[in-house]
Design a protein around this ligand. Sequence first.
Ligand code: 5GP
Length: 146
Amino acid sequence: MFRKVIRVNQSLRPILRNMSKEGVSSSVFDTPPSDTIFAKMIRGEIKVDPVYQDDHVIVLKDINPQAPTHLLLLPKKAQIGLLRNASESDAETLGRLLTVAGNLAKEHNLEEGYRLVINQGTKSQQSVNYLHVHLLSGRQFSWPPG
Ligand code: 5GP
């Protein structure tokens, strides 16, 4: 019986080791959404001081703010990391993220402008595998984004 030997260029080994089946780096996406820090916050296993919450959404201040206002809107019920894994039953919670963002913008008087960001995947620099919307405001943003 012959075993087929495939030679892999040494420089590619670390890259291949870190690739999951979906082709994204394993460091973030190997943690299931339900094991992430955000899921633990929602379950109350890690204490947080929410800016706002209702049945669908919890809003926190980002620990490492990238603008004078930097909030994170987390869906409570849709335990997903990537939108492509969302199902029909997540639609209400996902919609609530945007309506809550609009309400927060009104309450925080962000009429000069704000930006909503949802990082998806390694190239976008998503660092937590739990879907979240960034609400950033209080400074001039550039376009295209970096
Ligand atoms: P991502 O990079 O996945 O789009 O966004 C994750 C965000 O979560 C980052 O902006 C990061 O600063 C924030 N973050 C990470 N850990 C914590 C934490 O323990 N508490 C809070 N409030 N934010 C966090």
